[in-house]
Design a protein around this ligand. Structure first.
Ligand SMILES: NC(=O)c1ccc[n+]([C@@H]2O[C@H](COP(=O)([O-])OP(=O)(O)OC[C@H]3O[C@@H](n4cnc5c(N)ncnc54)[C@H](OP(=O)(O)O)[C@@H]3O)[C@@H](O)[C@H]2O)c1
Length: 189
Protein backbone atom coordinates (compact mmCIF):
# COMPACT_ATOMS: atom_id res chain seq x y z
CA UNK A 1 0.00 0.00 0.00
CA UNK A 2 1.19 3.51 -0.83
CA UNK A 3 -0.27 6.46 1.09
CA UNK A 4 -0.15 10.03 -0.23
CA UNK A 5 -0.13 12.57 2.61
CA UNK A 6 -1.15 16.07 1.52
CA UNK A 7 -0.32 19.25 3.45
CA UNK A 8 2.92 17.66 4.63
CA UNK A 9 4.21 20.86 6.21
CA UNK A 10 1.29 20.68 8.64
CA UNK A 11 1.67 19.19 12.11
CA UNK A 12 -0.87 16.40 11.69
CA UNK A 13 0.43 15.42 8.26
CA UNK A 14 4.10 15.42 9.22
CA UNK A 15 3.34 13.30 12.30
CA UNK A 16 1.36 10.85 10.16
CA UNK A 17 4.27 10.54 7.71
CA UNK A 18 6.54 9.47 10.57
CA UNK A 19 3.97 6.94 11.84
CA UNK A 20 3.44 5.43 8.39
CA UNK A 21 7.16 5.20 7.74
CA UNK A 22 7.78 3.59 11.16
CA UNK A 23 5.04 1.06 10.38
CA UNK A 24 6.83 0.10 7.15
CA UNK A 25 4.08 1.54 4.93
CA UNK A 26 5.21 3.31 1.77
CA UNK A 27 4.34 6.99 2.04
CA UNK A 28 4.74 9.96 -0.28
CA UNK A 29 4.89 13.40 1.34
CA UNK A 30 2.95 15.94 -0.72
CA UNK A 31 3.01 19.69 -0.22
CA UNK A 32 2.49 22.98 -1.98
CA UNK A 33 6.20 23.52 -1.35
CA UNK A 34 7.96 20.14 -1.19
CA UNK A 35 11.36 21.85 -1.06
CA UNK A 36 10.50 22.90 2.52
CA UNK A 37 9.93 19.30 3.67
CA UNK A 38 12.35 17.21 5.72
CA UNK A 39 10.70 13.78 5.61
CA UNK A 40 12.27 10.63 7.08
CA UNK A 41 15.08 9.12 5.02
CA UNK A 42 13.72 7.24 1.99
CA UNK A 43 10.32 8.99 1.91
CA UNK A 44 9.61 10.52 -1.51
CA UNK A 45 8.16 14.01 -1.89
CA UNK A 46 5.87 15.42 -4.55
CA UNK A 47 4.23 18.77 -5.25
CA UNK A 48 0.50 18.74 -4.63
CA UNK A 49 -1.19 22.09 -4.22
CA UNK A 50 -4.83 21.50 -3.27
CA UNK A 51 -5.71 24.85 -4.85
CA UNK A 52 -4.12 23.81 -8.19
CA UNK A 53 -5.74 20.76 -9.82
CA UNK A 54 -2.98 20.55 -12.44
CA UNK A 55 -0.77 19.11 -9.69
CA UNK A 56 -3.18 16.27 -8.75
CA UNK A 57 -2.48 13.58 -11.36
CA UNK A 58 1.27 13.37 -10.85
CA UNK A 59 0.84 13.24 -7.08
CA UNK A 60 -1.86 10.55 -7.21
CA UNK A 61 -0.08 8.13 -9.55
CA UNK A 62 0.45 4.80 -7.79
CA UNK A 63 -1.49 5.87 -4.68
CA UNK A 64 -3.81 3.53 -2.75
CA UNK A 65 -4.87 5.83 0.09
CA UNK A 66 -4.77 9.59 0.72
CA UNK A 67 -4.70 11.80 3.79
CA UNK A 68 -6.38 14.95 2.55
CA UNK A 69 -6.75 18.46 3.90
CA UNK A 70 -10.14 20.07 3.39
CA UNK A 71 -9.78 22.43 0.45
CA UNK A 72 -13.38 22.80 -0.64
CA UNK A 73 -12.95 24.58 -3.97
CA UNK A 74 -11.23 21.66 -5.70
CA UNK A 75 -12.21 18.68 -3.56
CA UNK A 76 -14.56 17.39 -6.29
CA UNK A 77 -11.79 17.49 -8.89
CA UNK A 78 -9.43 15.82 -6.43
CA UNK A 79 -12.02 13.04 -5.93
CA UNK A 80 -12.39 12.57 -9.70
CA UNK A 81 -8.63 12.35 -10.24
CA UNK A 82 -8.25 10.01 -7.25
CA UNK A 83 -10.89 7.70 -8.70
CA UNK A 84 -9.08 7.75 -12.07
CA UNK A 85 -5.81 6.88 -10.32
CA UNK A 86 -7.39 3.88 -8.58
CA UNK A 87 -7.28 5.28 -5.04
CA UNK A 88 -9.20 3.02 -2.63
CA UNK A 89 -9.52 5.21 0.45
CA UNK A 90 -9.43 8.92 1.29
CA UNK A 91 -9.18 10.12 4.88
CA UNK A 92 -10.25 13.76 5.09
CA UNK A 93 -9.10 16.07 7.88
CA UNK A 94 -12.44 17.76 8.54
CA UNK A 95 -13.55 19.58 11.67
CA UNK A 96 -15.96 19.14 14.59
CA UNK A 97 -17.50 22.40 13.44
CA UNK A 98 -19.27 20.29 10.80
CA UNK A 99 -21.34 18.79 13.63
CA UNK A 100 -22.41 22.11 15.16
CA UNK A 101 -26.13 22.92 15.21
CA UNK A 102 -25.33 26.21 13.43
CA UNK A 103 -23.00 24.58 10.86
CA UNK A 104 -24.88 26.03 7.89
CA UNK A 105 -24.13 29.58 9.08
CA UNK A 106 -20.53 28.97 10.10
CA UNK A 107 -17.84 29.64 7.47
CA UNK A 108 -15.38 27.11 8.92
CA UNK A 109 -18.07 24.42 9.07
CA UNK A 110 -19.42 25.07 5.58
CA UNK A 111 -15.97 24.79 3.95
CA UNK A 112 -15.32 21.45 5.68
CA UNK A 113 -18.84 20.22 4.89
CA UNK A 114 -18.35 21.15 1.22
CA UNK A 115 -15.15 19.08 1.09
CA UNK A 116 -16.93 16.16 2.81
CA UNK A 117 -19.83 16.44 0.36
CA UNK A 118 -17.49 16.38 -2.66
CA UNK A 119 -15.91 13.16 -1.42
CA UNK A 120 -19.27 11.61 -0.45
CA UNK A 121 -20.61 12.17 -3.94
CA UNK A 122 -17.74 10.15 -5.41
CA UNK A 123 -17.70 7.57 -2.62
CA UNK A 124 -21.44 6.93 -3.05
CA UNK A 125 -20.75 5.74 -6.61
CA UNK A 126 -18.30 3.17 -5.21
CA UNK A 127 -15.26 5.11 -6.40
CA UNK A 128 -13.44 4.76 -3.07
CA UNK A 129 -14.06 4.66 0.66
CA UNK A 130 -14.14 8.04 2.40
CA UNK A 131 -13.59 8.69 6.09
CA UNK A 132 -13.98 12.06 7.78
CA UNK A 133 -11.94 12.91 10.85
CA UNK A 134 -13.72 15.68 12.77
CA UNK A 135 -11.36 16.89 15.50
CA UNK A 136 -12.10 19.85 17.71
CA UNK A 137 -9.44 22.37 18.71
CA UNK A 138 -5.84 21.25 18.21
CA UNK A 139 -3.68 21.15 21.33
CA UNK A 140 -0.96 23.07 19.53
CA UNK A 141 -3.26 26.10 19.29
CA UNK A 142 -1.98 26.75 22.83
CA UNK A 143 1.44 27.54 21.35
CA UNK A 144 -0.11 30.88 20.42
CA UNK A 145 0.03 31.68 24.13
CA UNK A 146 3.80 31.29 24.29
CA UNK A 147 4.66 34.93 23.59
CA UNK A 148 2.38 36.20 26.35
CA UNK A 149 3.62 33.57 28.81
CA UNK A 150 7.28 34.30 28.02
CA UNK A 151 6.74 37.96 28.80
CA UNK A 152 4.94 37.21 32.05
CA UNK A 153 1.43 37.89 30.79
CA UNK A 154 -1.69 35.75 30.89
CA UNK A 155 -3.01 34.43 27.56
CA UNK A 156 -5.85 36.51 26.17
CA UNK A 157 -8.92 34.27 26.04
CA UNK A 158 -12.49 35.34 25.26
CA UNK A 159 -13.99 32.92 27.83
CA UNK A 160 -11.19 32.30 30.37
CA UNK A 161 -13.25 29.99 32.60
CA UNK A 162 -14.64 27.91 29.74
CA UNK A 163 -13.65 24.23 29.56
CA UNK A 164 -12.30 22.64 26.39
CA UNK A 165 -10.75 19.30 25.46
CA UNK A 166 -8.19 20.01 22.75
CA UNK A 167 -6.78 17.07 20.81
CA UNK A 168 -3.08 16.50 20.20
CA UNK A 169 -2.12 16.25 16.52
CA UNK A 170 -0.44 12.92 17.24
CA UNK A 171 -3.84 11.49 18.23
CA UNK A 172 -5.32 12.76 14.96
CA UNK A 173 -2.40 11.22 13.05
CA UNK A 174 -2.87 7.89 14.85
CA UNK A 175 -6.55 7.88 13.91
CA UNK A 176 -5.61 8.66 10.31
CA UNK A 177 -3.07 5.82 10.35
CA UNK A 178 -5.64 3.34 11.66
CA UNK A 179 -8.20 3.96 8.93
CA UNK A 180 -6.42 2.79 5.76
CA UNK A 181 -4.31 0.19 7.56
CA UNK A 182 -7.36 -1.42 9.23
CA UNK A 183 -9.21 -1.15 5.92
CA UNK A 184 -6.38 -2.91 4.09
CA UNK A 185 -6.24 -5.60 6.79
CA UNK A 186 -9.99 -6.20 6.47
CA UNK A 187 -9.58 -7.04 2.79
CA UNK A 188 -6.45 -9.12 3.24
CA UNK A 189 -7.10 -12.83 2.54
N1 LIG B 1 -6.38 24.27 14.38
C1 LIG B 1 -7.48 23.70 14.86
O1 LIG B 1 -7.84 23.85 16.05
C2 LIG B 1 -8.33 22.85 13.96
C3 LIG B 1 -9.41 22.14 14.48
C4 LIG B 1 -10.16 21.31 13.64
C5 LIG B 1 -9.85 21.24 12.28
N2 LIG B 1 -8.78 21.96 11.79
C6 LIG B 1 -8.48 21.86 10.35
O2 LIG B 1 -7.22 21.25 10.14
C7 LIG B 1 -6.62 21.80 8.96
C8 LIG B 1 -5.18 22.29 9.21
O3 LIG B 1 -5.15 22.98 10.39
P1 LIG B 1 -3.97 23.97 10.86
O4 LIG B 1 -3.77 25.02 9.81
O5 LIG B 1 -4.30 24.38 12.22
O6 LIG B 1 -2.68 23.09 10.98
P2 LIG B 1 -1.53 22.47 10.14
O7 LIG B 1 -1.70 21.02 10.29
O8 LIG B 1 -0.29 23.10 10.67
O9 LIG B 1 -1.77 22.87 8.60
C9 LIG B 1 -0.97 23.69 7.86
C10 LIG B 1 -0.51 23.01 6.56
O10 LIG B 1 -1.46 22.06 6.07
C11 LIG B 1 -1.71 22.25 4.67
N3 LIG B 1 -3.07 22.74 4.55
C12 LIG B 1 -3.85 23.04 5.58
N4 LIG B 1 -5.05 23.41 5.16
C13 LIG B 1 -5.03 23.37 3.84
C14 LIG B 1 -5.99 23.69 2.83
N5 LIG B 1 -7.22 24.09 3.15
N6 LIG B 1 -5.62 23.53 1.56
C15 LIG B 1 -4.39 23.13 1.25
N7 LIG B 1 -3.45 22.81 2.16
C16 LIG B 1 -3.76 22.96 3.43
C17 LIG B 1 -0.60 23.13 4.20
O11 LIG B 1 0.47 22.29 3.90
P3 LIG B 1 1.45 22.42 2.60
O12 LIG B 1 1.75 23.87 2.48
O13 LIG B 1 2.62 21.58 2.97
O14 LIG B 1 0.74 21.88 1.39
C18 LIG B 1 -0.29 23.95 5.43
O15 LIG B 1 1.04 24.38 5.46
C19 LIG B 1 -7.55 22.91 8.48
O16 LIG B 1 -8.42 22.41 7.48
C20 LIG B 1 -8.34 23.25 9.74
O17 LIG B 1 -9.60 23.83 9.46
C21 LIG B 1 -8.02 22.76 12.60
Amino acid sequence: MTVLVTGSRGRGASTLIGLLDAAGIKVTAASKNPADLSPPHGVDTVRCDLTDPTTFDAALTGTDAVFLYAEAAHAGTFADRARAAGVEHIVLLSSSSALAPDAAGNAIATSHLAAEHALSTAADTGAFEATYLRPGAFASNALQWSRALRTGHAPALPYPHAHGDPIHERDIAEAALAVPTDHAAAFRP
